[in-house]
Design a protein around this ligand. Structure first.
Ligand code: HEC
Length: 616
């Protein structure tokens, strides 16, 4: 998944860098990194750019955050972990960001989680079949009440420009990560803070609560960060139980949530190496997607399966994409459990370099016990795509059609079970789990592109599949400010739309066109975020910042809330809403939780978690 919008900014940085030597393996000097990657803007007198003296007053943690998942994300995309840490340490003040002020804490600082009640939203989806559907009882909301949803409270992520975490809600507790790497345990009724755990990198994966062992009422929270660390944290106190690096590769990204079965959890791994290879100095590419099974009790490994069996080798072919391969086929989404068949379904992304492999852009079944690949159904062969060839004449052989979202496992009214997967190509597939993923039907719901099609996930009530598409489009700015890290605007007239498909045959039941979003800068009707459904209602977020609830009968809008504004937050942090992208809304016990703000891909920044409940 490469973000083309970054390319021009990255190229500018690369152009500035030609005088410095590439320091890919030697430990990075913070000062050298600054000269190479930052000085051209931050030593300039451009009024839009905070000068170096000002950066020196910021905590190093905040600078790192700006690079990892903040305003400098585009600029930093070709930089190694080492370089980021070195430049942040060189510029900033040592030590952590300030903790939240005590007035935001709940009177009871502990979380009392002795069981996972039915109807919890634990992990990416309420159930391990990943249908993002909440039953009537668990949702506690009728279509009528949805029309009367009002904002109850807002919580701000301090210093962030993205609200990327996928909330988990269990009973009275909400657990959510942030771009700043703070995992917070909040009270669902008031938004007060029970505890905060500081991870080493941004946490966007949904958090999964599991009993620490079979006979225990003690629970651990499991999640990964975007720098490759995986954590187990005591749910009651927020203290670390163990942490582990899932992959040694330095551009690993743990985006998808894990799922658990018995004493194991299954952790998917993806990578940002595809973007990083826009840096022509970078020897692209060596990352391979994987799923790792870990023991819940201590994080020890049970098995690990790569989506590409062979290790990457140096490529001698001058026509090859990249210098090393094969690579890629990351697993971006949460695996889907099928206990009856003893398998775990995963979806994979594209190859980053030559040669194309058989399990990229595929849905695959892995044996739960051993990780053995039982079958894999590839839908787009030879999808080799990376930053390394977006600048080459002729481009990439592949269209960059990852599966970015989980497969849904559904039992239909006629008793048949099918797997459903939506691709960035804009095509939704139904596959037969009994016949090695044979395609039962396929329906196009969008145009598809590197940032298009179905991105973060569909929802289903068992009758219909709700698939919304990004299909975001960009307009290059004619005379962009050289200090501006964003080089294009989103096209306000292209992208978006939600299609309801009949699960049994893929026919279109209805189509809800995108809402026009006017001419506000950064506005786009694209709908890349994950969809959520409850009986009668499907919830859909858009890059324009709106969260909408549509009737599952015909797609008409029941409720619409524009999240783009500033908020008084319960924790006193200055917060704004922005684009909705990534994780979708979470609905539990009569409340709807929405994270707003996503400056990546040219969207609107924001840093707020919103909690809605119906006015009686
Ligand atoms: C292409 C020009 C450009 C380059 C190169 C650049 N910056 Fe920036 N930087 C900006 C601009 C413009 C802003 C102000 C953005 C805003 O406030 O919207 C900024 C803001 C920042 C901030 C403030 C973020 C905050 O939390 O408020 C930090 C920290 C920062 N840059 C660090 C860096 C570092 C470190 C580098 C080098 C690795 C770098 N920048 C390279 C243009 C650049």
């Amino acid at each position: 998944m490469v973000q083309r919008v970054f390319l021009a900014a990255v190229l500018l940085v690369v152009a500035l860098a030609v005088t410095a030597h590439p320091a890919l393996s030697a430990p990075a000097s913070g000062e050298a990194v600054y000269q190479k990657r930052c000085a051209a803007c931050h030593d300039s007198t451009n009024p839009r750019v905070p000068p170096r003296d000002l950066l020196k007053k910021l905590p190093a943690a905040r600078i790192l955050r700006a690079l990892d998942f903040g305003v400098m994300m585009n600029v930093a995309s070709p930089m190694t972990r080492d370089e980021r840490e070195a430049v942040a340490a060189f510029l900033g003040i040592a030590g952590r960001d300030a903790a939240p002020s005590p007035k935001n804490y709940c009177t009871d600082r502990n979380v009392n989680l002795t069981n996972i009640p039915k109807g919890a939203w634990n992990g990416w989806s309420p159930g391990t079949e990943n249908n993002r559907y909440q039953s009537r009882d668990a949702a506690g909301l009728t279509a009528d009440q949805v029309q009367r949803l009002k904002l109850k409270w807002a919580y701000g992520f301090d210093g962030d420009v993205n609200a990327i975490g996928a909330p988990t809600v269990i009973g009275r507790y909400l657990f959510v990560g942030s771009a700043g790497g703070a995992v917070q345990a909040l009270d669902v009724r008031s938004g007060c803070v029970h505890w905060i755990f500081q991870a080493d990198g941004p946490v966007r994966s949904a958090i999964l609560a599991v009993p620490v062992d079979k006979n225990s009422s003690r629970h651990a929270l499991m999640f990964g960060d975007l720098t490759g660390w995986y954590y187990s944290v005591d749910a009651s106190t927020g203290r670390l139980l163990w942490k582990k690096r899932i992959e040694s590769h330095d551009s690993v990204r743990l985006t998808g949530a894990a799922v658990a079965y018995q004493d194991m959890i299954f952790v998917p791994a993806a990578s940002w190496e595809e973007t990083r290879s826009t840096n022509t100095d970078y020897p692209c590419c060596t990352f391979r997607g994987s799923v790792t099974a870990l023991r819940i009790k201590d994080g020890s490994q049970v098995w690990k399966t790569y989506t590409i069996e062979e290790e990457p080798k140096e490529l001698k072919n001058p026509n090859a994409v990249g210098q090393w391969g094969p690579s890629g086929a990351g697993v971006w989404s949460s695996p889907t459990l099928d206990v009856k068949r003893g398998v775990l379904y995963i979806t994979t992304g594209d190859n980053f370099s030559s040669p194309g492999t058989s399990m990229s852009d595929a849905v695959a079944a892995l044996e739960i016990k051993t990780g053995r690949i039982m079958w894999a159904k590839q839908v787009t062969p030879n999808d080799v795509f990376s930053g390394a060839c977006t600048t080459k004449p002729g481009g990439c052989p592949g269209p960059d059609f990852d599966f970015g979202s989980s497969a849904l496992l559904l039992k239909l009214a006629n008793g048949r079970e099918l797997l459903f997967a939506g691709q960035k190509s804009g095509v939704v597939y139904a596959l037969d789990p009994e016949r090695k993923g044979e395609i039962v039907w396929q329906t196009r719901v969008g145009k598809g592109s590197a940032n298009g099609g179905v991105q973060w996930g569909m929802a289903s009530d068992g009758q219909k599949i709700y698939a919304q598409v990004s299909d975001v489009a960009r307009i290059r700015r004619g005379n962009a400010d050289p200090a501006d890290p964003n080089t294009s605007n989103l096209d306000p007239n292209q992208g978006g739309g939600l299609t309801a498909l009949r699960a049994e045959n893929g026919e279109k039941a209805w189509y809800a066109p995108p809402a026009p979003c006017g001419s506000k800068p950064g506005c786009s009707p694209a709908q890349p975020g994950a969809v959520t459904a409850i009986p009668g209602v499907v919830f859909s977020g858009s890059v324009d910042g709106h969260i909408r609830a549509l009737s599952t009968d015909d797609g008409h809008v029941l409720w619409d809330f524009d999240t783009v504004r500033s908020y008084e937050t319960v924790n006193g942090v200055k917060a704004n809403g922005g684009s909705l992208d990534g994780a979708g809304p979470v609905i539990v016990g009569g409340m709807v939780f929405v994270n707003s703000g996503y400056s990546k891909n040219g969207g609107l920044p924001g840093n707020v978690l919103l909690a809605f409940a119906p006015e009686n």
